[in-house]
Design a protein around this ligand. Sequence first.
Ligand code: ADP
Length: 306
Amino acid sequence: MDDGTEQAGRAPVIAVLGSVNMDLVTTVTRRPEPGETIAGRDFATVPGGKGANQAVAASRSGGRVRFLGAVGTDVFAPRLRETLDAAGVDTGRLRTVDGPSGIATIVVDDSGENSIIVVGGANAAMTELTDDDLAVIAAADVLLCQLELPVPTVAAALRHARANDTLTLLNPSPVRELAPRLWAEVDIAVVNRGEARRLGAVLDGVPHVVTTLGGDGARHRGPDGTRLSVPGFAVPVVDTTGAGDAFTGALAVAWHRGPQDALRWACAAGALATTALGASAAVPDRAAVAALLREELPRSLPEKFE
Ligand code: ADP
């Protein structure tokens, strides 16, 4: 149970099929007008991408994570790979493809408003799965996907998982229209409030729907119509970026304990992820999650994993 260990059995094996990005974050007083050059205040390169963020979260939460995705041949690629390695994610199937890695150019102004340009780069080159990728999916307990890779690739992965009794978890972000037969391959959908609203009735046919509610926690609707809610944890919030990814990765690892325990575990992970700046700076490890669940404050906040 919520002791933060998986000693009762082997750690769940999670195959994550998803994006890897380098976020190039510039802070400015105000964003430039077209044609204008301004001085920025600060700049940081922050490893990201929903796939990579969720893989790191799942690994730190105690899962054995195997990553399926791609980086480019640019200067960012080694650091992106190292970030996954450092978190204990198996990158043996992380491909290198010619050209840039996935890049998100982010400009944040003083009012907190941001503008983001995403270049798919190597992520966009993930147009098919190899036999080795398919073998990883078939051998996993859970396949975890988002929608930052080409949709036909995600669809093929979900189909193969279903055919091999691997549980499928889809975080349909960024939201886009998907063929009904793709939804039919999803066992668990994890959505935030905005995504739940936009997807609406599409989610009705998914056996398990988990909706995250920011500071209010999360709720679950099961196949038999059962519903449960888990309240949020009160933590000193610094930055909520990446909370959803921390929640989703942790949920994939804890799912085998049943929705109630899994949602509590994931809510604790999501809450801890809000306690430091940046999407990847505060992804908690399982000891920190377990400590919060015991309603103690962690002795120290999770260290930066970068
Ligand atoms: P997203 O980041 O995808 O928009 P949410 O904002 O719903 O998703 O956050 C995901 C999860 O992170 C929530 O279910 C909750 O467990 C945790 N979380 C987010 N914001 C807070 C907060 N202010 N306080 C405590 N927990 C939070």
